[in-house]
Design a protein around this ligand. Structure first.
Ligand SMILES: NC(=O)C1=CN([C@@H]2O[C@H](COP(=O)(O)OP(=O)(O)OC[C@H]3O[C@@H](n4cnc5c(N)ncnc54)[C@H](O)[C@@H]3O)[C@@H](O)[C@H]2O)[C@H](O)CC1
Ligand code: K
Length: 481
């Protein structure tokens, strides 16, 4: 699991640790790890000795880390030059060490020649509100060439705690972060600026609280959560997932939701609704019922919503499902048709899976507001509906009411923004619910597998939702193996 902590918590932990350590020790630790990471990037295209490294140095401790790391690279024979974003405020100890190691301060990158590496140390967790104009100009000049950019702690200009990008911000190839991940490294749009992440241990782990504010499942976490049938299992013990989706207008949504559900670990898929013929034609293994969900037979979890339309039958299907005493996943049209009181009154778990537009409608705000503040939006929805909420996006978030860490999905791809892909996800996550996973595990494991399947199906090209569903068994096998 990758854990992320907010700025306030990181600062408190740093204070605790610094009281136990000699002056400056923490910054030197950070700088040592940063220099190793920079060395690795330089060695990809050459070597450290004789390379040209340009440091962008802000007036805070982020700049201090950068100067000490620059000094280390200079001692290994790199030509290191520093551009100061706030000349009067550059960390004095770091500056002295850089100069003593043979590095230099320059006023402009002109004349330094082609650069092999740019190190962005303008702001870390102390940066707010996008790069200021001077800093932005510095970044523009320094990154005009093709040199790789290593960001120190965070790409300068992104918001550490929210993942927002409120103005111009650095785009890094690698971000070397200290002590713990920060939410902004894992949540888009900021995460999209960070490139590959590298965590440097500075001893913070021992003083951070047990509960992070954000966590990201990794391969091994997903493997441990996947439902695997025991020798005693039969199809009913593995769970039956009910799917109430599709309409005469949108029969494809029923087919796609069922295709996801068939690959999610439940022993059987039961379909209820007007798409029964289309479903059985494409997925003959489905138990179909052409009428309403309440008459379809017993299931261990329901998925309701994709392609339901807005007919009286659709309203009835949503009400039927919300009245069931099993976990329910509500998506798409179901989110528009559900009764808030009915959702809040449920005893069994409810999982809501809106995209940003649907989340905005549920919250009564503009879509842009949700997109700019995804973490706040998903938390607010979970509290308001007393439900597990999966907010779709390139970094899908899953929140629960009650302050458990929000989960962020690391496998997303923008190719997933394609018609029908959400239908597959709702079936898949619902199937995991029926197989017995806890709501936030079902939602986050579903998002993880769905993202990996999309990456596989896409391989850099546009992808159709049915191809995503078809790849689920393959990624399941890979994760489990
Ligand atoms: N405390 C430690 O021992 C360690 C800290 N580490 C590093 O320190 C930074 C956090 O340092 P801090 O001085 O608090 O803040 P920053 O350097 O991130 O930023 C302050 C600096 O930036 C200027 N500034 C703020 N906003 C902007 C902006 N939008 N544009 C331009 N400049 C801006 C502000 O005026 C200050 O001059 C942390 O991230 C680590 O890198 C290490 O973890 C080691 C231990
Ligand atoms: K930075």
């Amino acid at each position: 699991m990758r854990h992320a902590y907010d700025t306030e918590t990181v600062r408190a932990a740093e204070q605790t640790l610094m009281r136990e350590l000699p002056d400056g020790a923490l910054m030197r630790r950070a700088a040592a790890g940063l220099a190793v990471a920079c060395g690795d990037v330089l060695r990809r295209n050459g070597r450290v000795y004789g390379s040209r490294v340009l440091l962008l140095v802000g007036g805070g401790d982020n700049g201090g880390d950068t100067l000490y790391a620059g000094a280390r690279l200079a001692r290994r024979g790199a030509g290191v030059r520093a551009l100061l974003a706030a000349p009067g405020k550059a960390h004095p100890g770091g500056l002295a060490e850089l100069l003593a190691a043979g590095g230099a301060v320059i006023g402009t990158p002109d004349g330094f020649g082609p650069v092999d590496l740019v190190v962005d140390g303008i702001t870390g967790i102390g940066g707010r509100g996008g790069l200021r104009p001077d800093a932005e100009r510095l970044v523009r000049e320094a990154t005009a060439g093709r040199a790789p950019v290593v960001a120190v702690d965070l790409p300068s200009g992104v918001e550490a705690d929210t993942g927002q990008v409120l103005g111009p911000a650095v785009r890094a190839d690698v971000t070397v972060t200290f002590g713990t991940y920060k939410p902004g490294l894992l949540i888009d749009p900021a995460a999209g600026h960070a490139g590959a992440l590298r965590l440097v241990d500075i001893g913070l782990g021992s003083v951070l609280p047990a509960r992070p504010c954000l966590e990201a499942l990794q391969y091994e976490d997903v493997a441990a959560l996947l439902p695997v049938p025991g020798t005693e299992s039969d199809k009913y013990r593995r769970g039956v997932v009910g799917v109430a989706a599709g309409s005469r207008q949108y029969p494809g949504a029923a087919v796609l939701a069922v295709s996801g559900a068939l690959h999610g670990g439940a022993g059987a898929v039961r379909y209820a609704g007007p798409g029964a013929d289309a479903v059985i034609a494409r997925h003959p293994e489905t138990l179909v019922h052409p009428g309403r969900p309440a008459e379809a037979g017993r299931v261990q979890a329901w998925v309701v919503g994709p392609g339901l339309g807005n007919t009286p039958e659709a309203v009835e299907a949503v009400a039927d499902v919300l009245a069931a005493d099993v976990p329910v996943l509500v998506d798409a049209d179901g989110l528009r048709l559900m009764d808030t009181g009915a959702v809040r009154a449920r005893d069994a778990a409810t999982v809501l899976t809106p995209h940003a537009g649907e989340a905005a409608a549920l919250l009564g705000v503009a879509r842009e507001e949700v997109e700019a503040g995804r973490l706040a939006a998903v938390r607010e929805l979970a509290a308001r509906y007393d439900a597990t909420v999966l907010l779709k996006g390139s970094t899908t978030l899953v929140a629960e009411p009650g302050g458990a860490p929000v989960r962020v999905n690391p496998t997303g791809t923008s190719w997933l923004a394609t018609a029908g892909s959400g239908d597959v996800l709702s079936g898949l996550a619902g199937s995991l619910l029926a197989a017995g996973l806890a709501p936030r595990d079902a939602a986050s494991v579903g998002a993880y597998l769905h993202g990996l399947a999309a990456r596989r199906a896409s391989a850099g090209a546009p992808v159709a939702a049915r191809d995503v569903a078809a790849r689920i068994p393959e990624v399941w096998r890979d994760v489990y193996a």
